[in-house]
Design a protein around this ligand. Structure first.
Ligand SMILES: N=NNCCOCCOc1ccc(-c2cn(C[C@@H]3NC[C@@H](O)[C@H]3O)nn2)cc1
Length: 448
């Protein structure tokens, strides 16, 4: 047996997101988000699932906090439902919505758990979508007003903030591939949305410096690792293009104040122009205090002439898959982290999401034996430890997710939680992985 030992300074956490766990979609003054509309549109989500009730965490947050307390984590990453706190998208705060998050934050702090807030985890108020949504540059101002209101309400107790979760998913997956809300298939829309998300991020960072001067702020891009299938130049170039879509397109503007010219040109060749205004990149490249990284999977990339926009196809390294059919590639996690460190320097990194989909149910013994998830976490935490030993400034690891929840277009069938949720009764059952993670957090180490 080998002991994987982590430095005591590494923080541990668990993550969720508002639309995926809260439910109470029509309670407490909340209005519809784009995900309410998208999930209630037939054909968009498996089994016709939606977030009307989700994990019922709006009414069960105290129990969720107890699970976090007994898990022993330092922090809990959750997101705010914009349409719960500002039902019209702009203007008046909804006191009931603000009160829910105030109570949640209070409960966390009283139980010794640090809150980490994600401002935008994909649930844009539908009212704003009807005014063009993120395609409309004015939505960046609406986001700034929302962010300022949250900084003023909660900045006294909450010191760790993330602006935008997975901007690639919120722009290209949602507006070009049509797989997530609002389900558009326009490259121009996706390019506009990606720029406006980054602009909104920059505006919020600027304002945060005044409103929460003792706080830390960043954002949480997702990276799916891609490496060449062969040493052929066409495979190498195809991989670079595929990786650039998630990495350079969303990180160069923030860390270098530029967009990758290769992609600007490639998008233009497909009639999608990057519509920027003077000063946008200066706003976007405001210094940040930390970067969240969401990592799940990696694969080999091979040139394919008819392989879509980037002429690349993803080939799994072997047959190992999770239950959402994503390849398991923990070495890709190590490579992602060392690559980001080499490219963007010593910005502190929180792993803001890492986890696996395994759909185990509750067995006769009343337990959930998710050995495969424990194995996934062991492999990826081993890779993380190697990256830390290689000098990557990783400061926290936040597992996705605390609870089985609404996995977007996949619905409730795809389970990422270390706690099982019965979506009829909302009963929580701690999985074997919960107890394994608890011990790992307690010991700052595990045996493999
Ligand atoms: N790379 N190119 N692919 C082209 C073709 O993609 C087809 C499908 O694509 C994707 C890519 C990525 C995802 C995804 C899901 N999660 C998990 C959530 N993260 C935030 C949190 O809410 C979790 O629920 N993270 N990422 C889904 C679908």
């Amino acid at each position: 047996m080998t002991t994987i030992q982590f430095p005591d300074k590494l923080k541990w956490g668990a993550a969720t997101a508002s639309y995926q766990i809260e439910g109470a979609a029509k309670e407490g003054g909340r209005t519809a988000s784009i995900w309410d509309v998208f999930s209630h549109t037939p054909g968009n989500v498996k089994n016709g699932d939606h977030g009307d009730h989700a994990c019922n965490s709006y009414h069960m947050y105290k129990e969720d906090v107890q699970h976090l307390k007994e898990l022993g984590v330092d922090m809990y990453r959750f997101s705010i439902s914009w349409s719960r706190v500002i039902p019209d998208g702009t203007g008046e705060l909804n006191p009931e919505g603000v009160e829910y998050y105030r109570n949640l934050i209070q409960e966390l702090i009283e139980n010794g758990i640090e809150p980490m807030i994600t401002l935008y985890h994909w649930d844009l108020p539908q009212v704003l979508q009807e005014k063009g949504g993120w395609e409309n540059r004015e939505t960046t101002e609406a986001f700034l007003a929302y962010a300022n209101a949250m900084f003023q309400e909660f900045g006294g107790q909450v010191k760790k903030w993330l602006t935008i979760n997975e901007p690639w998913c919120a722009s290209f997956l949602s507006n070009y591939l049509g797989i997530h809300a609002p389900g558009k298939t326009s490259l121009q829309a996706a390019v506009d949305v990606s720029h406006h998300l980054l602009l909104a991020h920059g505006k919020a960072v600027q304002s945060f410096r005044d409103l929460v001067p003792d706080g830390e702020i960043g954002y949480a891009p997702n990276v799916g690792w891609l490496e060449p299938y062969s040493p052929n130049q066409e495979d190498i170039d195809a991989c670079k293009r595929g990786m650039m879509w998630q990495k350079e397109w969303f990180m160069d503007p923030v860390f270098k104040g530029t967009y990758p010219e290769t992609l600007v040109k490639l998008f233009a060749e497909h009639n999608a122009t990057l519509n920027m205004e003077e000063g946008d990149l200066e706003i976007i490249s405001q210094p940040i205090d930390m970067m969240g990284i969401n990592y799940y999977t990696g694969s080999l990339g091979r040139y394919k002439e008819d392989g879509g926009l980037f002429q690349v196809e993803e080939i799994a390294l072997d047959e190992r898959r999770t239950d959402i059919d994503w390849p398991i590639y923990s070495e890709g996690f190590y490579k992602t982290l060392t690559d980001l460190h080499q490219t963007y320097g010593d910005v502190p990194i929180y792993i803001t999401e890492n986890g696996a989909c395994y759909n185990h149910g509750v067995e006769e013994d009343g337990k959930v034996h998710d050995k495969e998830r424990v194995d996934y976490l062991k492999q990826h935490l081993t890779a993380l430890n190697r990256a830390m030993e290689a000098g990557v400034p990783i400061v926290g690891y936040i597992v996705w997710s605390l609870l089985d929840n609404f996995e977007w277009a996949e619905g409730y069938e795809k389970r990422f939680g270390i706690i099982h949720v019965n979506f009829e009764t909302f009963e929580r059952t701690r999985k074997d992985s919960y107890y394994w993670f608890k011990e790992t957090v307690e010991n700052h180490s595990f045996e493999r």
